[in-house]
Design a protein around this ligand. Structure first.
Ligand code: GAF
Length: 386
């Protein structure tokens, strides 16, 4: 998924494909997470931002329940199906995401009509940058507008989570869709996942002489696989044994006490979540008082915690992080759900090329696939383009 098509070109292509003009064009971004990993489903804190890579959909509602969908990046050709009798698990590849959110809106009592849809996206898929949520958030924004459902962002977040959890079968939290729907240019989204309270925190790396590099390791992952679910199950077990509603309720000072109650693996999983929540709060405070140049050590500590306690890193992610740090990055960590995907490296402008070259070289030496390395900046959340 690496196309970028102008709104008018996308609309013209829609007209050619479906022999009618779209009702509109919507876009929604992917995200990186600065810090706060696997804390969302523990009702904790996260600090992602919407990136300047987006999914765009041209969409037109129909007067029957048929669905026709095509993408600009190939794969699956024209997908034709029907919303009548749509069951979780239907669809293949990217087509599950539009169908999933249509299903979730129907479940909320919205009379969702059939639609024709043309999708374009430059969010790399399988890179841990939430390409699936970018599609879901663009489509749910379109359907929310065109059906007159008028749901607020908080409700769209929950409907999108239902689509992912039940329709697609990935037991994910609410971070990615919150960043995609509620992101703002120049800001990170400090989200309290218990009550969906959002505070926008300015994040201007450039003003501090820094860039945020994304290193896509090309190790593809899926949260519908077992690793994500087993981490979630460990967290739930930990919360149950400790007698709290969610790990959000475990303070860092209680960890020592907890050590006697939990088996060794559960203790390490719990320790990651509890310390990560604390790191998010510290990061927000430091960003506000001292700016991006002050958060490097917290990014590093987050990576170590994910590598050693939560055990969701992999050799490629560790190499990307270690090489970036050894070549001038002031902090680096894997971002997203883990088991592959991308790392981020907060890097002084003058060191950027050195970090890029060193990471590419180290991957070649290790026999890993050449990574994709690019910069991201905080961009706007989902919006209607036409
Ligand atoms: C994935 C999930 F979709 C998020 O909900 C979150 O749990 C993240 O992994 C880990 O922080 O992106």
């Amino acid at each position: 998924m690496t196309t970028t098509t102008d709104t008018s070109v996308l609309a013209a292509r829609f007209q050619e494909t479906f022999d009618a003009a779209p009702d509109g064009v919507w876009q929604a971004p992917g995200r990186v997470n600065l810090i706060g990993e696997h804390t969302d489903y523990n009702e904790g804190f996260v600090l992602p931002f919407a990136i300047d890579k987006t999914a765009k959909v041209a969409l037109r509602v129909r007067d029957d329940s048929a669905v026709r969908m095509l993408s600009t990046f190939g794969g699956h050709g024209l997908v034709e199906t029907d919303l009548e009798g749509l069951e979780p698990g239907s669809g293949e590849g990217w087509s599950r995401y539009p169908l999933g959110v249509a299903w979730a809106l129907k479940e909320r009592g919205i009379d969702v009509p059939g639609f024709d849809l043309l999708l374009d996206s430059d969010v790399p898929s399988g890179a841990g940058l939430s390409s699936s949520h970018a599609i879901e958030c663009a489509v749910i924004s379109a359907l929310n507008d065109l059906t007159g459902a008028g749901f607020a962002a908080e409700d769209l977040v929950l409907a999108t989570q239902r689509a992912e959890n039940v329709f697609v079968g990935a037991p994910t939290g609410i971070m990615d869709q919150s960043a995609s729907l509620r992101g703002a240019k120049g800001h990170a989204v400090f989200l309290d996942c218990r009550d969906q309270h959002v505070e926008l925190v300015p994040f201007d790396a450039e003003a501090s002489g820094l860039v945020l590099l994304v290193i896509d390791t090309k190790v593809s992952h899926s949260h519908a696989d077992g690793g994500y679910a087993s981490r979630r199950a460990s967290c739930e077990l930990g919360a149950e044994i400790l007698g709290v509603k969610a790990l959000r309720d475990v303070g860092i000072e209680v960890l020592e006490e907890a050590s006697g109650l939990l088996d060794e693996t559960t203790l390490r999983r719990v320790r990651h979540v509890v310390t990560e929540n604390d790191r998010v709060l510290q990061t927000v405070e430091l960003l506000s008082s001292n700016g991006p140049a002050s958060i490097g050590a917290l990014l590093d500590a987050s990576h170590v915690s994910m590598r050693d306690d939560f055990e969701i890193s992999c050799a490629e992610l560790d190499l990307a992080v270690d090489t970036s740090r050894a070549n001038g990055a002031i902090g680096a960590r894997m971002t997203g759900g883990g088991f592959g995907g991308s790392a981020i490296a907060l890097t002084p402008v003058g060191q950027e090329q050195q970090v890029r070259d060193a990471v590419v070289r180290s991957f070649a030496e290790a026999g890993f696939t050449t990574p994709d390395i690019f910069t991201v900046t905080p961009a706007a959340g989902a919006l209607r383009l036409a």
